[in-house]
Design a protein around this ligand. Sequence first.
Ligand code: AMP
Ligand code: MG
Length: 281
Amino acid sequence: MAKLWAVAVTDALKADGLRIAELDTSGLPGFTGDKLSGTALLAERVLVLSDLQEKLYANGRSGDRRSVLLVLQGMDTAGKGGIVRHVIGSVDPQGVDHAAFGVPTAEEKRHHYLWRIREALPRAGQLGVFDRSHYEDVLVVRVHNLVSRTVWESRYDEINAFERELADEGITLVKVALFVSLDEQKRRLAARLERPNKYWKFTPADLDERAFWPAYHEAYQAMLDRTCTEHAPWYVVPADRKWFARLAVTELLIDALGRLDLDWPPPKFDVEEQQRRLTQL
Ligand code: AMP
Ligand code: MG
């Protein structure tokens, strides 16, 4: 297939200096193809992702401690679930550690906000995926004043230190913020109210949250400005076009896994000897 990315995906999507207010949520940064070629490319690239993930898993079984963690943040209907289903869903499920974070349970509330996050970190060799994350504690929590300003203010540095620790332990973080427009969100919410098989995705409170859109944008901007670090950068993905968001996340994961420079682990036995034994059985 012809080259469809004009620049490296990590450069096209990196959050450095990005202003959310100026983001075109229907844009295709760095991509020169259209929906047809993008969808065809996605079908090819998930196979590459799957192969890399299997190498990560195989190495994990052979003692390599490393893992990769995809952190997905985005407003309701931004497409987090679709990425889990269509991108993560294309790799071997036994190699995936998936966690979704909702309103903290009674038990979670008794602990520090990072407690439930630590509990869900990917094991060695796993591809972890967080559908929402510790960032909710500087997003919804900030927007709705669920804790005092002094408390959420201190969390940005705390999160940076936490992620530094994870990186040192061998967890490669791929942080993705998905953005849809207010209009696109309206269309997607309407779709959830149109069919019985979509009702389960709808929560009446999602409509109330629309009134807080500017406050969320402010909180998302602060998150990008203060927690986009060398060891755990943010990538911003315009998500009005689902196929693009899925392709972009696939490419970001391929990049992250590629940087681990994985190979198939060497056998811990003499291959020829085992072949000889087998022929004699
Ligand atoms: P969903 O992802 O649609 O299942 O919704 C999960 C809900 O949990 C969202 O409305 C989040 O804002 C909310 N949520 C996640 N983490 C927190 C948190 N730490 N504090 C309060 N609400 C949260
Ligand atoms: Mg929801």
